[in-house]
Design a protein around this ligand. Structure first.
Ligand code: BGC
Length: 457
């Protein structure tokens, strides 16, 4: 990509919502403060070798104490939305029973502060930090975790529904299933391969049950807009050979179809049903298919898939390198047109069943740090955001109803198994001093938002 012309910005329709996104474990720190319970990420990061740089989210961005400064940064961007997650073990330290008042108080303060800074809150209930006590009882492999989750959803809904505009019950159930339980690269670090499939079903049920719990909140001033945040990746087959095409279809069903089909249509992809029939009970699919006020899409890049080259491979597919594109520091190819294609494909595939889409996470890692003058010149991120917003604008012009775009991330955060090695922020964070430095991409984003034709809050 060439230099982005700073005077020509992507233009989105009036009312389009620009925002930034974070997750509790990635930014809050304060891991043992105010009665917070242990989460599976506290446990996992303590395990030698689990995190690339040996770090953890124990301090992260200390957002728990610095949220006022961070909300001021959001205001400086001129965005209208902030997506964050609520840490379940802050609210219920052991995952059940009475709520911890100090945990609730923190989110009260945070929500009030971001609202005062012009940001409408979008709250994710589960962004991967399961209370460890629940994991000790089987975690998402155990159906009773769904009942606990519905209770937790009701607690936070009752408390915050008067101020939270959008709710996302579960962030990226496919990442939790695959990375957390199938290959074990994320907490809880279980490597069960296909035996992890019940986790997907239970997370989908948790989504449905939380949606029901949120919608049954009685108070008249409750603003209940419930969506999802599903990660999707367009799949490309490594070749036209039947083995590669078959492997791609299977991985596509597992990564994409397994989550979007039951949420939007109320059934699983036919190829996967035999693997799920032992866990699906009567009524489950109806519970999963709750009306969605918006469909949240987390988009990063397409994936290239082939049949395994090694006869002894444990999985019947493998990811291959998608060549011919620039790559971010996470080694993800930069393919904005695949975002346009995915949005248009969703509209074609689901038609009336598809609610308005919000891009609930999109962004890139580049390791740029302050230069001698303190400037963080991250031009590749500007190019990335510019191109992806143009892709969204093209999809809208082609008739797709896309209502917003939340950048991953406001800050350089704890990037899960990559620790602090990947910088996704519009704002640079020196994790030793907690000093925040807005990057050039931050200035660009603020100018882009200000250049929109009508207030886009
Ligand atoms: C996740 C974030 C993560 C980002 C980059 C997002 O979809 O929600 O937690 O930092 O992907 O991996």
């Amino acid at each position: 990509m060439g230099e982005t012309d700073p005077t020509h910005f992507p233009i989105l329709p009036a009312g389009f919502r620009f925002g930034t996104a974070t997750a509790a474990y990635q930014v809050e720190g304060a891991a043992r403060v105010d009665g917070k319970g242990q989460s599976i990420w506290d446990t996992f990061t303590a395990r030698t070798g689990s995190i690339l740089d040996g770090s953890s989210g124990e301090q992260a961005c200390d957002h728990y104490h610095r949220y006022t400064e961070d909300a001021a940064l959001m205001q400086g961007l001129g965005t209208g939305g902030y997506r964050f997650s609520i840490s379940w073990p802050r609210i219920q330290p052991n995952g059940s029973g009475r709520a911890n008042p100090k945990g609730l108080d923190f989110y009260d303060r945070l929500i009030d502060e971001v609202l005062a800074r012009g940001q409408q809150p979008m709250a994710t209930l589960y962004h991967w930090d399961l209370p460890q006590s629940l994991e000790d009882d089987g975690g998402w492999l155990n159906r009773t975790t769904i009942d606990r989750f519905a209770e937790y959803a009701a607690i936070v809904g009752e408390r915050f529904a008067d101020r939270v505009e959008h709710w996302v019950p579960v962030d990226q159930p496919n990442v939790v299933t695959l990375m957390g339980y199938s290959i074990g690269m994320h907490a809880p670090g279980r490597a069960m391969l296909f035996d992890a499939l019940p986790v997907a079903h239970h997370l989908l049920l948790a989504h449905g049950r939380a949606a029901i719990a949120l919608r049954s909140i009685g108070s008249a001033d409750a603003l209940i807009s419930v969506g999802c945040a599903n990660n999707h990746a367009p799949m490309m087959a490594a070749s036209r050979h039947a083995a590669d095409i078959g492997a791609t279809k299977l991985f596509d069903a597992l990564w994409n179809g397994l989550f979007q089909e039951p949420m939007l249509l109320g059934h699983y992809p036919a190829d996967l049903m035999p693997m799920l029939q032992d866990v699906v009970q009567d009524g489950d699919l109806a519970t999963i298919r709750q009306p969605l006020d918006f469909y949240g899409l987390n988009y990063y890049s397409p994936m290239k898939v082939g049949a395994p080259e090694d006869d002894h491979a444990v999985m019947p597919f493998e990811l291959r390198e998608l060549e011919g594109y620039e790559r971010t520091d996470s080694d993800w190819p930069v393919v904005p047109d695949a975002l346009r294609g995915w949005l248009e494909g969703m509209r074609r595939a689901y038609r009336a069943a598809l609610p308005p889409i919000i891009v609930t996470a999109s962004g890139c890692a580049y390791g740029t740090v302050p230069d001698a003058d303190g400037v963080v010149d991250d031009q590749p991120r500007i190019d990335y955001l510019d191109a992806h917003l143009r892709a969204v604008a093209q999809a809208i012009a082609a008739g797709v109803d896309v209502r917003g775009y939340y950048v991953t991330s406001l800050l350089d955060t704890f990037e899960w198994s990559e620790g602090y090695t990947q910088r996704f922020g519009l704002v640079h964070v020196d994790h030793a001093t907690q000093r925040r430095t807005p990057k050039r991409s931050y200035e660009w984003f603020a100018a882009m938002v200000a250049a929109q034709p009508a207030a886009s809050g």
